[in-house]
Design a protein around this ligand. Structure first.
Ligand SMILES: O=P(O)(O)O[C@@H]1C[C@H](O)[C@@H](CO)O1
Length: 275
């Protein structure tokens, strides 16, 4: 199953009703009545990377508005938008559909000095910076039917899938632009200041973005394997003399230029029967 993802809403505070087991089960059960397909891989597409959907054969597509309890739209939300509470709901629906592996892609700004625009970074770990201030999607009552109260995150990103992606990437001839690193999420929607980029660099962050981490936390909470890639669409500005300015058009453009390779890598790692 494949969906586009929403940005992190920094003031996201889940309420029991927004994430109840019963809501998710009703949604999953409805989807299962609509198709004989039983997905084992769930894919969340990042900015400019929606072309992954075209790789799927025998597609069954649903309008979000027709799916019970499903967020009506995703994408860029103002901080106060209450629908932002629902960004991780699809992970729990994936789980109840039988999905075992979640693949997430995103666009990100490169902080590692060795990174170039167009590099693909296999995410090996993350920093949930908003989480330091209590912004964690698991805040609130815990439903043990999804997972434990205090889930481990030291194994958030599946190491076997990371290694497989490195090997497959080398075989595909992607060695020059395939990297690995730590992704840090910020709330957005504004891009970072120069001082913020410098701070993130000092913290050991390789790429910065506005998504993915909350989905990863919820996916791991309910026991799915996670594989995630960042496309480096721009280089974060750390120099006050620089004329560079991050902008969304540049992000989308870089996404288009590397879309084919991203799609091939994802399909080779997660959907080997399709590649
Ligand atoms: O793939 P995502 O949505 O994480 O992409 C980044 C964050 C913003 O949505 C957008 C900014 O240009 O790109």
């Amino acid at each position: 199953m494949l969906i586009p993802h929403a940005n992190l809403c920094p003031f996201f505070v889940p309420t029991p009703s927004s994430l109840s087991y019963e809501d998710c089960k009703a949604t999953a059960d409805w989807l299962l009545t609509q198709t004989d397909m039983r997905p084992t891989v769930g894919i969340v597409c990042g900015s400019g990377l929606g072309g992954l959907a075209d790789l799927l054969k025998d597609q069954v597509a649903f309008n979000y508005k027709d799916i019970p309890n499903f967020p009506q739209s995703t994408g860029h939300r103002p901080l106060s938008d209450p629908e932002g509470k629902l960004i991780t709901l699809p992970m729990r629906i994936f789980k109840l559909l039988g999905v075992q592996t979640v693949v997430i892609t995103n666009a990100a700004g490169g902080l590692n000095q060795d990174f170039k625009v167009g590099d693909i970074m296999i995410i090996k770990d993350h920093i949930n910076l908003p989480g330091f201030a209590g912004n964690n999607p698991l805040v609130g009552p815990n439903d043990e039917r999804f997972g434990v109260r205090f889930p481990c995150m030291s194994d958030a990103y599946d190491r076997d899938l990371q290694q497989l992606a490195m090997e497959v990437g080398q075989e595909l001839g992607y060695g020059d632009f395939l990297k690995e690193g730590v992704y840090c999420v910020l709330g957005g929607p504004s891009f970072e200041t120069i001082a913020e980029c410098r701070m993130l660099h000092l913290l050991g962050v390789d790429a910065v973005g506005m998504s993915t981490v909350h989905e990863v936390i919820v996916a791991r909470h309910c026991g799915m394997r996670v594989f995630a890639l960042s496309l480096i669409t721009n280089l974060a500005v750390t120099d006050y003399d620089s004329e560079e300015k991050a902008n969304h058009e540049e992000v989308l453009q870089a996404g288009k230029q590397r879309a084919e390779q991203m799609e091939r890598l994802v399909s080779s790692v997660a959907l080997p029967e399709r590649s």
